[in-house]
Design a protein around this ligand. Structure first.
Ligand SMILES: [Fe+2]
Length: 175
């Protein structure tokens, strides 16, 4: 979280780097959140509530914070500058690894279609299936259904096949 993009005080002394790089501190990431530029956070927030099942936890004049239900925020929508466009360098997609079996994932597919959400593609990653779609600004998301739940086995298979992303046709379930 750093919506106001504060910068370090230029007079602040930098932390000395350890002589041996192996002694340098490593981040121990516990959880993650995503901050996303959108044209109008207040206009986009209802889509995040409706399609991703999120709840608004905080809002300011230039942002809306949303949660999947546990954390203070999982996604922050930040107002982009006027005329900003989606794409190019930057975020390609944000993957949401969803609970449930394949039929539940297929029902999410049906839900996206019923709500008129643009679905980009469905892919087979050998460790699961990806269902890609876009928010009102064209930011891409993925509902990821994991078929290999053992992480070590997942790494092995992904490496063995070169992280495949093969087109696959799976029928959506309606209702
Ligand atoms: Fe992904």
């Amino acid at each position: 979280m750093d919506p106001d993009e504060r910068i370090l005080d230029p007079h602040e002394e930098p932390t000395p780097i350890p002589a041996d790089p192996r002694d340098a501190p490593k981040p121990r990431v516990r959880r993650t959140h995503l901050s996303l530029f959108v044209r109008d956070p207040e206009a986009s927030a209802p889509w995040y509530e409706d399609v991703l099942g999120m709840e608004v936890t905080a809002r300011g004049p230039q942002w809306v914070f949303l949660s999947f239900g546990k954390k203070h925020h999982d996604i922050a929508l930040i107002r982009a500058e006027d005329g900003a466009v989606t794409g190019g360098v930057g975020l390609q997609h944000y993957g949401l690894e969803v609970e449930g079996d394949l039929d539940e994932w297929r029902r999410l597919y049906g839900m996206l279609l019923a709500k008129g959400v643009p679905v980009v593609k469905t892919t087979d990653h050998k460790i699961g299936f990806g269902l890609y779609f876009t928010d009102p600004d064209g930011n891409r998301f993925e509902f990821f259904h994991e078929t290999v739940t053992d992480d070590e086995e997942g790494k092995r298979i992904l490496g063995l096949h070169g992280a495949p992303s093969d087109p696959v046709e799976i029928e959506p379930l309606r209702g």
